[in-house]
Structures are given as C-alpha cells and as structure tokens.
Design a binder for this molecule. Sequence first.
Ligand code: ZN
Length: 431
Amino acid sequence: MRFDVALGAAALLTACAPKVEEPAGPAFSRVVVISVDTLRRDRLTRYAPDGRSLTPVLDEMMNEGFVLDDHHSCASWTYPSALCVATAQSTLDLGFVPQVAGADDVVLYEGGAPTISDWMREAGFATALVSANGFLCSAAGAGTFDLELCGSGVASDVTAAALAFAAQQAASKRSFLHVHYLDPHQPYRAPPEFLEGQSELPSTPFDYQSTAGLVEIEVAWPDLTTEERAAVVANLDFAYDAEVQYVDQQIGVLLDGLRALDMLDDALVLFWADHGEQLTDHGQIGHARTLYVEETATAAFFWASRDVPAVAWSEPTTHADLVPTLLSLLGLDVPLNQITGQIIGTSAPDRIVIQSLASRDQLIAATRGDLHLIYNLNGEKALYRTSVDPTEQDNVYDPADPDVIAIWDVLAPMALRFADLTGATMVAPGP
Ligand SMILES: [Zn+2]
C-alpha cells in the first residue's frame, strides 16, 4: 500500500486548520521517540520466523502504526547509527566515519550538522533526552536538550527517569522526549522474572550473562559439535530474549505513565532500534562485527492514537529517513537542504540504501530489494538474496550478474568515499 506521508500530513493539517487567522501549529503537541539498543528485528512477532511473541507491547503498536518493513540501519553500532537518525544523514554524507574503538577512544563527530533536537526546539518544543548509552547521547545532540540524563541504568531506571522528565514537560505547550533503552545489549542480564524456564535448558560450560562468557563462546565456537552448538544457541537465545521481553514490558510502563500524565492522546511516537545483534549467525556474538542482516536490518515505525494510519511500508528505508518523515507527519518544515535522508513516500521504490562499518574490517554494503551486497575493502565480496536466504548464509555473488553490476554503479562512489574517510586501501572495487 502506498501512503504519501507529505500529502497525508498536509491533508491532516488542512482538516485540522483553525478558522481564525492564527497559523496552525504542529499536528501533534507531544513527540516521543523510543529507541532500543541492539534489538534484532526477528525478535518482534511481525518478523519472527517461528511466530513467537516476546514483545506484545511493540506488536500492538506495530499492528496500529505506520511500519517500515524493509528498514535498515546506517551502521551496526550505536554511535554512527544514532548519528544517522539525529542528523538525517549517513556518516558517509556527513564526511565522517567513526572507527570502532574503546569507549574512551572513539573520535566523535564535531562537524556541527543540525540535529532533531535543534529542529524541535526551533518549532517550540520543550526537549528532553534519557539514555543509558552515552554514545547515543553524543549522537543525539547531548548538551542541546532542556532536560538530559545520560549514563547507565537498566530499563526500569530509564523508564522512571523518562516519566520524571515527562512530568516536568506536562505544563509545556509542546514537548519532545527521546527515551533510549540499552538492555538487549550484552551482558544479557534480565531481571529474574524473565528467566523462568532457564533451568530446563541444556547444560553447557558457558556463562551467558557476562561479556567474558560470551567471548569464551566465540573462541570455542569453531570446535563445537553440532549438538554443542545447538545447546549454546538455546541458552544464548534465552538470555537475549529475556532482555527483549524486559524492554518491551518497560515500554508498556512508559506508555502507561505518559497516558496517566495525559501526554499520550496527542502524541506522535517514533520507535527505532539502533542495530541488531549476532547470536552466532555467522560465528560471532555481538555487533559492530559485520553488516549481515542480523546486525543491520532493524525495526522502525510511527504510532499515534489518532491520525497515523496503519500502513505496512514495504519499500526500503534507512535511519536517515526517520526524522524528515517525523517532521513531515508533524506538518513542520523539513530542512531538505540540510539533510540527505528522504521523506518516506518520496523516494524511488528501487532505491539503494547503504550501510557501513569501520571496525576490524572496513565494510560497506548496499541493499536493493531483496539483494544485499557486502564489500570488504580488502577485496572480499558477497551477495545474498534475502527472499530465499533470509539469514544470509549462501553467498551468490557473481560479477557477471546484471543486478550486481547495477548495484556497483551506486556502491562504487560510496566505497571510494568510505575508503577516503577511513584511510583504508581499496582492493578490487567494482563487480
Ligand atoms: Zn547500540
């Protein structure tokens, strides 16, 4: 189904336009952004291959909301991913590629591009940010919000802090609240009430609730038997899924709290996950490792109790599109001359979206339709057809494939820019 967001928002504003001369304000007086760290898309019932329901709160919102069903992160770790959302530009477009490094060693973007925080303040919104991930704060424009809490904390701490900020914002005519949950990020330590059934899992020698334990699994993985691997995956999935269930529950508590403050009826909610997580899918555990689908395909949707139609948007979208679409749904000016993201519904259905990662490997990837081409600047190339190979196990790269050649037409200049920004040597770019 096609839904023209720009026209939809315009029609909405026209319908709501007051009869007096006073200019119409934003279509919603409350904007709530909920983001979740390290949330695999296949853990949401809508995308779960086995149909399991771990996320009833998010599931219900998605059933009612405007859902981006072919959505991709710009990167597979928090900082570039969140920077892409906040600035509505990929890091390649910003001319800045952060290199994965220790928490104190990452060079942060200082280019001064405006962010969602700037645009919301200009539109008269009181702004607040709560995040348990400092990288998210840095990317989202920490220092520019009226209220900020950046640091650590489990999901219930984040919810409590967010609701305290919301209570302070209640008296404001317009408010913008960004809440970022970290919990699905390792170590996977969900509260005990989400661990029922753990004792029934097959026994293994590993600790799934510590980062050191996960490293031990990665080291041991190549030498494990098929049965041992199955036992590890069962335990790993259980620990990770418990975290997902916990965050979903806390999003429910957050929404109930906002409703009790009378701040949900006129709210537009944007949900996004910064990136996914490998759980041995390609022999590793974690993220910022690769650009495979489990790390880069992410969930994103818009929801409101009114005026946002239930839409399943099947064309490719990327994190840079979220804020321009949000601004459009609000009926605010979209600063198209300052961004490279697009208002959803205004781009070509066959557009190519790009992901990149500067880590142990220098990787850049392009998605078009069900094709995912991953290029390692060391010369390795892979192509996956996700419609028949949704977990990207079967590399079908063929340099003579017309689809491969067509993707390279777009990917090649982006790879050159990526190589320039990372200083990496590019081996055999092109089909
Ligand atoms: Zn993250």
